[in-house]
Design a protein around this ligand. Structure first.
Ligand code: TXA
Ligand code: MG
Length: 309
């Protein structure tokens, strides 16, 4: 895809991270590996930089972004941390948990980051490259998944470039993402009540948001779309279907031969990308148990199987 940028691939040496941090300070866009998926990073305190994220992704402006931080100290400047929020952060940060908290007005975040909401989504990632970038830049960094809006999330630089080549300044090649699914998003209410807005790698004892009351504006019914029909809970495959297998049901791409859900999560988007590129016009997916991280896998698969409006 061509655009106004020449997208360069950057390595992970210290001097290369320093250069990537400079691109961010200058208001540019850099795709960065995290432990979940690749993120499309921009400085979160600058309106123009943040608006470039929306432009490159074709993201609707009502869909707010997650702000990534290097420290709890910075996080506390951006949002009000209740005791419950402090406890969740102490238990799970750095790691794949995003907390939705009351935003602090004096934080200096670009307005578009929160899309007009009174809350802000914050996460402290554990990936060494993302952490080095956060520390080196000294900035809060807004980063949605590094894909065109509505499409499959990226777990490799090849996925990023397939979607955003020519639309962003650079991608840092940190190999394949370990978890492979986006962070768990939990909203902490003023009364201490915790609601899971998006299931993910961190399993919380909290209530799940009911689909009728969509509180994460990005959690639309159709998402992660491979651009062709997706059939779920397949127990056999038709000749015109690309099969994504699991356990005993071996496919064209297998999520996990021995039925391991953690491995399946890490491979989900790679298999969906393969299915999207395959000559077969349809995708079928084996049944995934609705337990543990299987809940998050099935959440993504249901959205992948829902046709766009
Ligand atoms: O693992 C992840 O979370 C990755 C990596 C890059 O950190 N990021 C990610 O971002 O998945 P994105 O933009 O693809 O998904 C963020 C979700 C969206 O559904 C958005 O609507 C929701 O978070 N969100 C952001 N701010 C929110 C807020 N204040 N209240 C409720 N939902 C919010
Ligand atoms: Mg996304």
């Amino acid at each position: 895809m061509s655009g106004k940028y020449v997208t360069e691939t950057i390595g992970t040496d210290a001097h290369e991270i320093t250069r990537a941090a400079q691109i961010l300070r200058d208001g540019g866009l850099v795709a960065v590996p995290t432990e979940t998926v690749y993120g499309l990073a921009a400085r979160a305190d600058n309106d123009e930089a943040v608006s470039r994220i929306y432009g490159a992704k074709g993201r609707p402006d009502f869909n707010p972004l997650i702000v990534h931080v290097a420290s709890l100290e910075l996080a506390r400047k951006l949002a009000d941390f209740s005791d419950v929020a402090e406890k969740l952060a102490a238990e799970h940060w750095p790691g794949p948990l995003t907390l939705v908290l009351p935003r602090r007005r004096d934080a200096g975040l670009a307005e578009a980051v929160t899309a007009g909401l009174e809350t802000v989504a914050i996460r402290m990632p554990s990936h060494a490259v993302m952490r080095a970038l956060l520390e080196n830049s000294g900035l809060p960094i807004a980063a949605p998944s590094a894909n065109r809006s509505g499409f499959i999330s990226p777990t490799s630089t090849a996925h990023v470039l397939a979607s955003l080549d020519g639309r962003i300044d650079a991608v840092i090649d940190g190999g394949v993402c370990e978890q492979g699914l986006e962070s768990t998003i939990a909203a902490v209410r003023a009364d201490g009540y915790v609601v899971v807005l998006r299931p993910g790698p961190i399993l919380l004892a909290a209530s799940a948001a009911d689909g009728k009351n969509i509180e994460a504006p990005g959690q639309l019914a159709s998402h992660y779309a491979p651009g062709k029909p997706v059939r779920l809970m397949a127990s056999e495959v038709a000749p015109d279907e690309f099969l994504i297998g699991f356990g005993d049901l071996a496919g064209d791409c297998s999520l996990s031969d021995n039925g391991d859900l953690t491995e399946a999560a890490s491979r989900l988007y790679a298999c969906l990308h393969e299915g999207a590129l395959s000559a077969k016009p349809r995708i079928a997916v084996a049944a995934i148990p609705e337990v543990g991280v299987g809940i998050a896998i099935n959440d993504r698969l249901r959205r992948a199987a829902t046709p766009p409006d």
